[in-house]
Design a protein around this ligand. Sequence first.
Ligand SMILES: Cc1cc2nc3c(=O)[nH]c(=O)nc-3n(C[C@H](O)[C@H](O)[C@H](O)COP(=O)(O)OP(=O)(O)OC[C@H]3O[C@@H](n4cnc5c(N)ncnc54)[C@H](O)[C@@H]3O)c2cc1C
Ligand code: SF4
Length: 476
Amino acid sequence: MQLLFPDQLGSHFDLGGEILLPEVMSQFQKRPYHRQKAHLILYALRSRAKDDRVTLLSLDNYRDLAKVAGLSRAIKPSTRPMLSLAQSLGLELSQTRGFCSSEADWESYSAGKKLKLEDFYRQSRKRLNLLMDGEHPAGGSWNFDAENRLPPPKEKLGVQGHWVPQEDDLDEEVRETLDALERSGVRFLGVDGPRQFAASEKEAQEALDHFIEHRLDLFGPYEDAMDQRDWTMAHSLLSVPMNLGLLDPIEVARRAERAYQQGKARLSSVEGFIRQIVGWRDYVFHLYWQFGEEYESQNHLAADQPLPEWLSDLQPEKLSAKCLSDAVANVRDYGWAHHIQRLMVLGNHSLQRGYDPKQTNDWFIDAFVDGTPWVMPANVIGMTLYADGGAMSTKPYAAGGAYINRMSNYCGDCPFDPKKRLGEDACPFTAGYWSFMDKNQEKFKGNFRMSNPLSSLRRLSDVLEVSAQERARDSF
Ligand SMILES: Cc1cc2nc3c(=O)[nH]c(=O)nc-3n(C[C@H](O)[C@H](O)[C@H](O)COP(=O)(O)OP(=O)(O)OC[C@H]3O[C@@H](n4cnc5c(N)ncnc54)[C@H](O)[C@@H]3O)c2cc1C
Ligand code: SF4
């Protein structure tokens, strides 16, 4: 009998024959999860169990699987704890699925090389013959980033809304389970639905069709923009079904390629989207295994501040900074915020304020509906917090209010001024940036990519006052 892990729910994980699918409630007792994340997981499990070959087994703990007779095989799970479990059960393991590249593909890319997303991505495109014109990239270029950096449009983006599921009886049943868990003392984060994300294979296909048909074409130009009128812009919202294993990412990338070939979507959007899936998604997965467990306890910048309550408990009403309160509100309301809100608002803030990397990593896993242990370390410990000292990215993704002002429409409605670093209305991102640079300047010396910001820092006459002001700041 095949043991199915909860992120292996699509037919591409089916080895044929009987399947055991555990539903383990203790996962919700360890740390508070977003309620909508718990909802999506339970809905997806119970929906998969409608297949006659699948037995859904309710367990208190994964360790109880040792008492189940007849388990013989599984597909290699995506995380270290689940791999140890599968090994302790003596299961025959077949190769990881649910990504666009295998362990062998990663080996052949990474052996003896300096790791770089761009090289991995190009190698993957060639290997998969994806968006290629013979030996050359389609359209003559590997990268269309320059076309994909538009700020939000004056009018709301003219794109059809994202695909939204029709809730059914199973949603009601899941809500009853979650209510019962709450009554028994389990604490969840955020607010309840309505459900926004696909959580069955059928729904995932519908969501993919909808995105390819109606939204992909505008994905690229506005992928880095933030718009307070529009929480999803032209993003796909497909990370949830992909991370639950309901959609095969190779199929997603091929569908995007076909949309370009059929003239339904511009190349810059299709390339940008495929880069996220075949490039970034696989890259961070392989780095999870490559970097190992110790990576998650790295803390190069000695960041030791605890997460503030407004962040850990999702309380946007306690914030005045418009960009920050909007991002936290999105997480509270949907368990989701798009990439630039994660990286350049929530992440940038956490970096500048020196929040503890492990706590921040765990918060992202628990508060986001698509959070998984494999996706977070490279994204949070590495890319966002620079806690790995540069193994993942060559310089910290720190930015002041000018970046947020350029890429969003928040600042006009904010009591702070993105140009100011001193005074009552000094922008916490602008002042926070200089205070962060000041605090960590010794660590950045010798980093070629930090030489310009460091020389700008040396020219600031008020840096001591800015740093003192930011150390004393107790609200944002
Ligand atoms: C601090 C931080 C935390 C993040 N947390 C998560 C997370 O919990 N789960 C998650 O799947 N992604 C995470 N990402 C990556 C990315 O932000 C999300 O995948 C994306 O916002 C999900 O929304 P979407 O499906 O609409 O993505 P789109 O914008 O439509 O992008 C398409 C797909 O590309 C993939 N992708 C893009 N960038 C990345 C990346 N850096 N790492 C992995 N996959 C990527 C995702 O599968 C995504 O669905 C995080 C990034 C940062 C900087
Ligand atoms: S002024 Fe600063 S805090 Fe306010 S929205 Fe702009 S960047 Fe954010």
